[in-house]
Design a binder for this molecule. Structure first.
Ligand code: N01
Length: 538
């Protein structure tokens, strides 16, 4: 069957399963469903596989998981692939995903340039009717949402943006043809993981660079390396190990408090800092995210390390404040290679938006409240995403009795295990909210959840069940657990996307499971071992 024919047949004959999204989780999920022998297909709004890696093509985009961790654990796959850098670039990740396709032939089962706009559950037929933006209706028994966490970019309203005569792009909507920064006056709004990657690239080539910062980001040295990765013979051990750590990475929390452990603490901090990557965060003392004093220790170490690299005295307090802007680790940290050195350059300016907010965008650039017009040729909008729920709310998902999914989630996410939702039978969510998701290593969580979905469908097949749904009680209980566990930490003190607080009007709540990946696995396993407690089959 050709790519263009991938889902045609299902107009008359329902598919067994339709996967929405061809990112890291969608590729894995579709291949697994097909291995089970199901007639499963996929649809993807973009024109190729890759998900966020396809759409985030801004300069400098690269992953912050070690290469050995950021790949699938399938046998027959890792043996034949070698990333060239410790933290691979976006382009190399796409090459890897094409290698996955060459090996397993997944791409041919996806239909591209096809955006799902509506999905309606037909109760009588126990079938999902999925409508795409080209007017097609695809019928499927199971609907598996692999929308990723960052499928919906967030762009605040900047007054006057339409008048700007230069080029402007959101980082997640960077043009395929590229946008030159060489010799240009470049402005970057936002200093999250995306913004700081662009800033480091712009710093190398731009004539002038103006960074509009609202909150300083917590960064760790990437310690990039082009040396061969860990020997591939230990990959199976790495894949097993990543399932056992709190974050699904290869480093685990120090299982004791930082408070009271003064001499050892310095040694531990030095070692974690020296390792590079996210180790200084993911390998921290286990009280760091729950205890303010422990949190201060980590913050102070970070601050003092970073400050040594900032040479403009007026920027020290702005980039690495004496007092933390929010508790260490409660907003997503990022990796950097030369972020602070960029600000030492004469052609780079930092505008602190707290002191001097943006008034409007003019024909020529950005006008700030102090009356200064920052003249720009290219404006980069690196303001992030409507995380976890944005992709779901963009689709009109209609469940039992005409209930709208976006109404169900209007005052907060409700789910069972982050995989099922009461009132929406036969719909699964992978790498969405209420799971470790964006708090964990992507492939670790995506594989686990996709495996669970397939195990569950297999169980249904064996028992001749055709319909699955979470009970309202189980959903309430899981939702309560997500919130209670989240409230034990310091996360509530940050306006982060972890809690939906970056989007005006969005319910501020814990969007992710904060108790770690092993606890999540345990919860899933307990449900299966109990005979699928909280789940109703017919
Ligand atoms: O988005 P963000 P991102 N006016 O939300 C600022 C993953 N990722 O795209 O902090 C001015 O983190 C906002 O300021 P504040 C990774 O998980 C991974 O950078 O809200 N500024 C912030 O500085 C990451 O965490 C990789 O005060 C405004 C920035 O915009 C996640 O994606 C690479 C504003 C948004 O930062 C999202 O990262 C890239 C406004 N009105 C992304 N509104 C890697 O793997 C927001 N901001 C390395």
């Amino acid at each position: 069957m050709t790519n263009s024919e991938a889902v045609e047949d299902s107009v008359s004959r329902p598919l067994d399963a339709l996967v929405v999204g061809a990112g890291i989780s969608g590729i894995y999920q579709l291949h697994l469903l097909r291995q089970l022998g199901l007639d499963a297909k996929g649809v993807e709004a973009e024109s190729d596989i890759g998900g966020v890696w396809y759409s985030n093509r801004y300069p400098g985009a690269r992953v912050d998981s070690d290469a050995a961790l950021y790949q699938y654990s399938w046998k027959g796959l890792w043996e034949g692939w070698q990333f060239s850098e410790r933290f691979p670039s976006r382009d190399e990740i796409l090459k890897y995903l094409h290698y996955v396709d060459e090996t397993f032939g997944v791409r041919q089962h996806f239909r591209f340039n096809m955006r799902v706009i509506r999905a309606r559950f037909n109760d009588a037929g126990c079938i999902w009717e999925v409508t795409t933006d080209d007017g097609r209706t695809i019928k499927t028994r199971f609907l598996v949402m692999c929308l990723g966490c960052a499928s919906k970019p967030y762009q605040p309203h900047f007054k006057g943006l339409e008048r700007f005569q230069g080029e402007w792009y959101h980082t997640a909507r960077w043009p395929k043809s590229g946008a030159k920064m060489e010799g240009k006056r470049v402005g970057v709004i936002g200093t999250g993981a995306s913004g700081i990657q662009v800033i480091q690239e712009a710093g190398k080539v731009a004539k002038e660079l103006v960074v509009f910062q609202r909150t300083p980001i917590l960064t760790f040295p990437m310690r990039q390396s082009t040396q061969a990765e860990a020997s591939r013979c230990i990959y199976p051990a790495i894949f097993e190990h990543r399932k056992t750590t709190f974050s699904g990475f290869d480093v685990d929390l120090v299982p004791k408090p930082a408070v009271g452990g003064a001499p050892a603490r310095q040694v531990v901090f030095d070692e974690l800092w020296g390792r590079g990557g996210l180790a200084f965060w993911l390998g921290m003392y286990d009280d760091t995210i729950v205890d303010d004093t422990a949190n201060d220790y980590a913050y102070a170490y970070w601050r003092d390390k970073v400050r040594q690299r900032i040479h403009k005295p007026d920027l020290v307090e702005k980039l690495a404040p004496t007092v933390k802007a929010h508790p260490f680790g409660t907003k997503r940290p990022a990796l950097e290679q030369n972020y602070y050195e960029v600000f030492n350059q004469d052609n780079v300016t930092l505008v602190d938006l707290n002191e001097c907010p943006i008034d409007e965008v003019t024909c020529n650039g950005v006008l700030t409240k102090d009356g200064v017009e920052h003249i720009l040729d290219l404006l980069v909008i690196a303001t992030g995403f409507d995380m976890a729920t944005g992709g779901y709310n963009d689709i009109e998902i209609v469940g039992q009795n005409g209930a709208l999914f976006r109404d169900k989630w209007a005052d907060g996410v409700k789910s069972y295990l982050g995989v099922l939702a009461s009132g929406f039978p036969n719909m699964f969510m992978v790498f969405g909210p209420h799971a470790p998701g964006a708090l964990s290593n992507g492939p670790t969580c995506a594989e686990w959840q996709a495996d669970c979905v397939v195990d569950c469908i297999e169980y249904m097949m064996k028992n001749s069940f055709v319909r699955i749904e979470a009970s309202a009680e189980a959903e309430q209980d899981w939702t309560r657990r997500v919130h209670e566990i989240g409230a034990m930490g310091l996360w509530d003190r940050a306006n982060s996307w972890y809690r939906g607080a970056n989007i005006p009007g969005k319910t501020s709540e814990h969007l992710f499971w904060c108790a770690g990946f092993p606890a999540y696995r345990k919860a899933c396993k307990e449900v299966v071992e109990s005979g699928y407690d909280g789940i109703m089959f017919t």
